[in-house]
Design a protein around this ligand. Sequence first.
Ligand SMILES: Cc1cc2nc3c(=O)[nH]c(=O)nc-3n(C[C@H](O)[C@H](O)[C@H](O)COP(=O)(O)OP(=O)(O)OC[C@H]3O[C@@H](n4cnc5c(N)ncnc54)[C@H](O)[C@@H]3O)c2cc1C
Length: 784
Amino acid sequence: MGCSTLYHLAKLGVTDAILVERNKLTSGTTWHSAAQVRALRHSRNLTKMIQYSVDLYSQLEQETGQSVGWIQKGSLSIATNQDRLIYIKRQEALAQAYGIAATSISAGEARERWPLMNSEDVIGAVWSPDDGRVSPSDVCAALIKAAKAAGATLFEDIGVSGVITENGRVRGIETTQGAIQCDAIALCAGLWSREVAALAGAEVPVLACEHFYLLTKPIDGIMGNTPTLSDHDNKLYIRDDSGGLLVGCFEPMGKPIKPGVLDANFEFGLLPEDWDHFQPMMEHALHRLPVLENAEVKMLLNGPESFTPDGTFMLGETAETRGLFLGCGMNSVGLASGGGAGMNLAHCIVKGAPAYDLSEADAKRFAPVFNSVDHLMARCPEILGAHYDIAYPARQLKTARNLRQLPLQIEFEKAFAFTGQFYGWERPLYFNAAKPPRHTFEKPDWFENVRAEVMSAHHDAAVFDLSSFGKLDVIGPDAEAFLLKTCAGYLDREPGSVIYSAVLNERGTFESDLTAQRINKYHYRLFVGTQAIKKDLAWFSRAVSGDAGAKSYDVTITDVTEDHAVLAVMGPATAAIIASLGANLETLGYFKHVETTIAGINVRAARLSYVGEAGWEITCATSHANTLYKALTTAGVKPAGLFAQTSMRIEKGFRAMGHELDSDVSPIDAGLQAFTRNSGGFIGFSELIKKSGQPLSQQIVSLKFDNEFAIPLGYEPVIHNGKIIGKTTSCAFGYRVNRPIALAQVSEQLESGMRVEVNIAGNHYLAHVSVAPLFDKEGLRMKC
Ligand SMILES: Cc1cc2nc3c(=O)[nH]c(=O)nc-3n(C[C@H](O)[C@H](O)[C@H](O)COP(=O)(O)OP(=O)(O)OC[C@H]3O[C@@H](n4cnc5c(N)ncnc54)[C@H](O)[C@@H]3O)c2cc1C
């Protein structure tokens, strides 16, 4: 990561960039990497990033004269059960959408490509001819050679021992040979990144685990280079190595390494072999490759690799320290990702943002609670084990759960909530879950539970807990001026208003979105996404001070997330129920809020709906949430979870961050221009203006499937007239329209009534396009 970042900084013209390595280059994890480069990931931009690595590695030798050992022999993913076959076919469909070669082949054809494989239990495979592998040390040597040629400098045998900061901003580093001034640090210290970040007061939840592969002496039948054989059901990857075999694994539960155990002396180091731990994997390997029975083992290599709590690396500027940029926590794909990740990290430093949206890797996405050593020791081994797992819908991790308590957690447990972890909170996905749902791509176990919750909100009244939303109080004489600058929406509405707004960056694309309640002239409360709080707090706080560090607006910004609970009570019976509890809210206009008392509790009720039914989002002190909830449910309101909310949101065509909205998308692309001010004056306006005169390059549309049994999950290719024109972004079953539904991002202008196909695991399903919401187009129900 350090070499790739240096190379790309130099390419971007930063000729005074230096790389400081406390030992010798590659002496951490990189030198012993198996160094496979498989392009296919679950998201478009992560895949694009690895494709960039492939392109880089395949041309580096030509550029530098230094061989990088790029061997492009392809990879073969086999399936031994139906779910894996569906899963790899879903990946094949994604590959086609991203322009990557991938084809389904039979078990027989798979065997032809890997003659030593026992294929008796193989039921199908996907062949990806463009995947390859590199020599990791040679890649680094080539990157450094090119970076030096462009003016960059490498210092080996110099360790970073401190970070010099001033007003929360990087000013330099202390090293074992003195201080160096700098205004930006790319922290690429592999498994040591957590402790180096701590020198700058930043939290980087990264922990090393032991990671194994077996090497054999030469074996008859291995002639030349083989494709990589991915037997993910057995947690294995296999390829040739110097005429023998390399058999690597992601065993179900890895072995964590406590911070501090591996110190600066761990140079070109390896960990002890652990045959007991490897034994189950060895049995899988013997089953897949009977030839191993008589093979001579060269070594069981055990090297450390760093993992994060969600299995994705960390990239970009930290929330805690300006100028401290992360490129670490590579989760065993550091070589595959390194080329593209280094390019994106250099972009973050030089241009203020990655080359394309990489929110899923954002350095600010983890709740502070994840930085605890205990939680990392529990979670990271599971992440290693989950590397080859099938990503079933609603699949949950088991370790490091219940890290943060929602105010209603005990009530939710009593109502048998099945929860998902979001920013450390346990949010109910659905209720009345007698047991955890089966892992399946078929009709899910929760189908009828969610129907009941949607129908409660549609016919009667349901309560959705929004307490995990981030909440920021913006207070001060300049509050309005500040928010008019940082938000694209109509933040100058009078006190008592609720305002939806995009938060744009200088490129005019979504940094975030929020709902603001204007409490009085000088006080706004911003409601931001559950996972966005750290990022948004940093964004707004930095906007107050500007780059120079001097406060340019007279406002204070306070994170009040844990002080307030938010209950969204939705459905036609809500008004009467709330009236029976002492508040008459019927006259309150849409997008208005008011202070009132419900069941004797002081609340603020806001008239808006994310699910398309009449209702109020009610904010109260966290300590009162239980009493309010009990009063509501006793009066007949039923609890509803995130799955019901998502289904209803998609029916209403409401866009969501991380799905339809991200930093590649402008309000014009998302069809949300009506929520931005024509008068301008906000960050990103000049870019929006440039776009608004141009033909639309993309569009968000709603899709309703013909076949009620289709199960779209997201990221499926959308096809029109035989051509892939986009992807699904949010999917669910729509209970009010009685069909599977999706929102999709497409690059052609579609009209309502047109038909498209959606490729779900190789099967093409017909769907109707609607430019308007699928349910209650005029929005009459939520405003009645
Ligand atoms: C067994 C195994 C197999 C793998 N197979 C693959 C694979 O097939 N494909 C793939 O893509 N990835 C694979 N990986 C993962 C990949 O090797 C890593 O993700 C990658 O090498 C990490 O690179 P890095 O630059 O982040 O870290 P490192 O290579 O560890 O580099 C970090 C550097 O920071 C230096 N450093 C630390 N602290 C300081 C300090 N205070 N001052 C100065 N310098 C410091 C260290 O000396 C070190 O050289 C594998 C990993 C293992 C262990």
